[in-house]
Design a protein around this ligand. Structure first.
Ligand code: SAH
Ligand code: SF4
Length: 391
């Protein structure tokens, strides 16, 4: 018996609080322009107003219309009457011994997602979420056991980037020299959720984040990780233009069916076809193959050799992820020796093979450990009840 592709989830419709005002955060340029006009901005001024508001919100990080000093007072009042500039609320922030920061964030309807900031010597990566939970059931992933699932809005996705910039104090200061080093230099869509099951919102959010007049992170600084939603893969290149990572994790369909059940719908051969055809694929823009190292499951030398064969003809790099354990996980992490022996084989075949150092393990911030705290609490309550013989 293998796991079903999707779990028995509860998909919750987005319940927005009664709010007459539109949140600016997450609107594309076109949508914001239309909203400004609908609020009473004369059409012939719309382009200029859009540019001004955009810059205040995304370049300077301003949240209060009253501070938008190059706008006339009554125009600021008009904006305040129709719009808000709102981010998800940070419920808790934890800082790991290694400097990794994990934010538990509350979005409309009271749902929660996690956002992780990983500082390294040459870069700082923000790992953001695209869904509350995940409908897929990868057997090694903690997020996949969460039963509550909802897509994030574009605003909630952009909001994660903005709240991390708030916390890191990364907005430019007027009049101060431009900072050379960006604390958030990269974004990975590797938090909770399958981003290609929420394509439009992820795309719109990344458009806002990449926009040169605002947060201005280049498309090559963004990596989207998918478990292999084949029909949406080409769109990622065409409509977003970011880099792609694929949760590969196995070298035979038999094993991949177990680990990444979406493989039962789009198997390894089908997935590889789609990857070979990824628009814009080149040596400078390679696909990252993520490969979680599970003791005795997918970590043999034969696996490594098979992987090399499968990669043939695809500009690729392989990111080996030592399995991160979570309470009740059915797997163990491969030994260091195994991981290095595996890496050597891939490396000798000519592929970069970084081994991902687990970050923020002490605060459960490492890959695959994310799951909302409320959900964890609920589970432990159930466990306590079971232990006490109450169920
Ligand atoms: N849903 C998307 C993106 C989020 S997961 C996807 O699956 O690609 C980011 C990466 O962490 C994926 O490669 C995922 O397979 C991996 N991962 C999940 N659980 C893990 C765990 N417990 N230990 C190590 N990596 C894990
Ligand atoms: Fe979902 Fe990715 Fe976890 Fe699989 S690994 S359950 S696709 S979040």
């Amino acid at each position: 018996m293998t796991a079903p592709i999707t779990q028995d989830v509860l998909t919750i419709p987005r319940k927005l609080p009664e709010q007459a005002k539109t949140n600016i955060v997450g609107l594309t340029r076109d949508a914001l322009r239309a909203a400004l006009i609908a609020a009473g901005t004369p059409e012939k001024q719309a382009k200029m107003r859009l540019g001004q508001v955009w810059q205040w919100v995304y370049h300077w990080g301003v949240r209060d219309f009253a501070l938008m000093t190059n706008l006339a007072k009554d125009y600021r009042a008009l904006l305040a009457e129709h719009f808000v500039i709102e981010l998800p609320e940070v419920v808790t922030r934890q800082i790991s011994e290694d400097g990794t920061r994990k934010y538990l964030v509350r979005i409309a309807g009271g749902h929660e997602v996690e956002v992780v900031y990983i500082p390294e010597t040459d870069r700082g990566t923000l790992c953001i979420s695209s869904q509350v939970g995940c409908t897929l059931t990868c057997s090694f992933c903690h997020t996949g056991t969460q039963k509550l699932v909802r897509n994030l809005t574009a605003g909630e996705i952009v909001g994660q980037v903005m709240l991390a910039r708030d916390d890191l104090d990364e907005w430019p200061v007027q009049g101060a020299p431009k900072e050379e080093v960006r604390l958030i230099s990269n974004i990975v869509l590797m938090g909770m959720g399958e981003p290609l099951y929420n394509f439009e919102n992820v795309r719109d959010a990344m458009k806002v984040v990449m926009d040169g007049e605002g947060i201005a992170l280049g498309r090559r600084r963004i990596t989207l990780s998918t478990s292999g939603v084949v029909p949406e893969i080409a769109r990622t290149a065409i409509e977003i233009g970011c880099l792609l990572a694929v949760s590969f994790h196995a070298t035979t369909d038999e094993v991949r069916d177990q680990l990444v059940p979406i493989n039962k719908r789009w198997n390894i051969a089908t997935l590889l076809e789609a990857l070979k055809a990824y628009p814009g694929l080149s040596n400078s823009e390679r696909i990252t193959f993520e490969y979680v190292m599970l003791d005795g499951v997918n970590d043999t030398k034969e696996d490594a050799h098979r992987l090399v064969k499968l990669l043939e003809g695809i500009p690729a790099k392989v990111n080996l992820i030592p399995f991160n354990e979570w309470p009740g996980a059915p797997y163990k992490r491969s030994s260091g020796n195994r991981i290095h022996a595996f890496a050597d084989i891939i490396y000798h075949a000519g592929y970069a093979t970084p081994i991902r150092t687990p970050r923020g393990e002490d605060i459960m911030a490492a890959c695959g450990q994310l799951k909302s705290a409320t959900e964890r609490a609920r589970k432990s309550k159930a466990e306590i009840a079971a232990e006490a013989g109450l169920t």
